[in-house]
Design a protein around this ligand. Structure first.
Ligand SMILES: Nc1ncnc2c1ncn2[C@@H]1O[C@H](COP(=O)(O)OP(=O)(O)O)[C@@H](O)[C@H]1O
Ligand SMILES: O=P([O-])([O-])O[C@@H]1[C@@H](O)[C@H](O)[C@@H](O)[C@H](O)[C@@H]1O
Length: 360
């Protein structure tokens, strides 16, 4: 079995998670018209998945006086600031330096998250998941000091914003001001577009790199190997938040004691559930119960991170991985009925009936 020396947090069975990143308002546009307004930000998509998976967490997030969505985990409200707002344009085609299927513009920006905004306590897991440049190098530094295992979404590190219209551009990870911290980070997640802005071969020597590939699932790279994790099918109507929900499912799976390949399947599952809906997804309660049951069953049958007691995480697909995938896939088949749907935070507001269909 291939293993690597990632210590498991504090040898305690139940892990607490710190999520750091601002909520935002998302406005989705197509053909010059707004078709939906929703709560956004990686923090909101990840909280949604954690609540679905019964993972408890602390969230540090900032919004302005105009924040308009009810949420279960209250953000810090900055009275002198507006909430960050992103406009997502789905019909401007491919650009060299941005997400392939949408052009994002940050049109309002809330305050950054400073080290002093973080709670003064230790966490098993920390997640640096900014969307609008709100995570500062010193904030990530405090996270690596106070969290046993830090997970970073590369978008928190490499986004730059056009001075005139806020268009999101990407800068190379090496020039981001965060590079020196990577040896202290445990997992770095990037979409395939974002991965072009880093040297995967170099970074995987320091931390595990997870690259997501949309409908094709994801790939995990670590020092001594790599593996592809199969996707789940989906009827995509809105790609927003797929990567965030993937990360929520992945970390949620690890928190529940799954090994990396199995947790990445849970990530793929939540990514696929997210693209099937506009904005923050609602999850069918029976589907969630099936997923949680499968995760518990799987945990009992694999050598789990927290219970192995040897401080090692296995990156090899354990026996039964394909069966676990099949059982998760079949859990998607449970039918939806009125009253069985859960959504933990803000509802999207649909302004016109049509939805965006991502070209594959
Ligand atoms: N069309 C799709 N069908 C099935 N799964 C998808 C689809 N799009 C995304 N996913 C899932 O969500 C994950 C993240 O999506 P991706 O588009 O790579 O991220 P991002 O939203 O950051 O660009 C993928 O690895 C995959 O598991
Ligand atoms: O779609 P995805 O890349 O996973 O994540 C998205 C961010 O890129 C975007 O800035 C934000 O406005 C969305 O709400 C969502 O968080």
């Amino acid at each position: 079995m291939v293993t690597t020396t990632i210590p498991h947090p504090q040898n305690t069975p139940i892990q607490s998670v710190l999520i750091v990143g601002n909520y935002c308002h998302d406005v989705l546009l197509q053909g010059g018209a707004v078709f939906a307004e929703t709560l956004g930000g990686a923090a909101s998509f990840i909280s949604n998945v954690f609540t679905a998976l019964s993972v408890s967490f602390h969230l540090t997030s900032k919004v302005g006086f105009d924040f308009k969505y009810p949420v279960n985990h209250e953000p810090i409200v900055i009275p002198s600031s507006k909430t960050s707002v992103f406009h997502a344009y789905f019909d401007q085609g491919h650009t060299e330096n941005a997400h392939q299927d949408r052009v994002l513009k940050r049109v309002e920006v809330c305050d950054p998250i400073n080290p002093s905004d973080l709670p003064d306590k230790r966490f098993g897991f920390g997640m640096a998941v900014g969307v609008g440049g709100e995570i500062l190098p010193e904030t990530l530094e405090k996270m690596v000091e106070t969290c046993d295992a830090v997970f970073v979404d590369i978008q928190a590190l490499i986004r730059a914003f056009d001075k005139n219209d806020g268009t999101v551009k990407l800068v190379r990870l090496k020039e981001s001001g965060f590079y020196h911290l990577l040896p202290r980070v445990k997992f770095l997640k990037a979409s395939s577009e974002e991965a072009l802005f880093m040297d995967v071969e170099e970074v995987r020597q320091w931390c595990c790199v997870v690259v997501t590939h949309g409908k094709d699932g994801c790939e995990v790279y670590w020092k001594d190997g790599e593996m592809k994790i199969e996707p789940f099918g989906a009827n995509q109507v809105d790609p927003t938040g797929a990567g965030d929900s993937f990360l929520g499912g992945f970390v949620g799976g690890l928190v529940h004691g799954l090994v990396v390949p199995d947790a990445a399947l849970v990530g793929n599952l939540f990514g696929s559930l997210t693209v099937g809906q506009i904005g923050l997804p609602k999850f069918d309660l029976r589907l969630l119960q099936r997923i949680k049951d499968e995760v518990q069953r799987r945990k009992l049958h694999s050598t789990c991170w927290f219970e192995s007691g040897d401080d090692l995480i296995s990156f090899t697909k354990p026996a039964g991985h394909d069966e676990f995938r099949a059982s998760l896939a079949s859990s998607k088949l449970v039918s939806r009925s009125p009253g069985s749907v859960e959504q933990v935070t803000g509802q999207p507001k649909l302004l016109v009936g049509s939805v965006y269909d991502k070209p594959n």
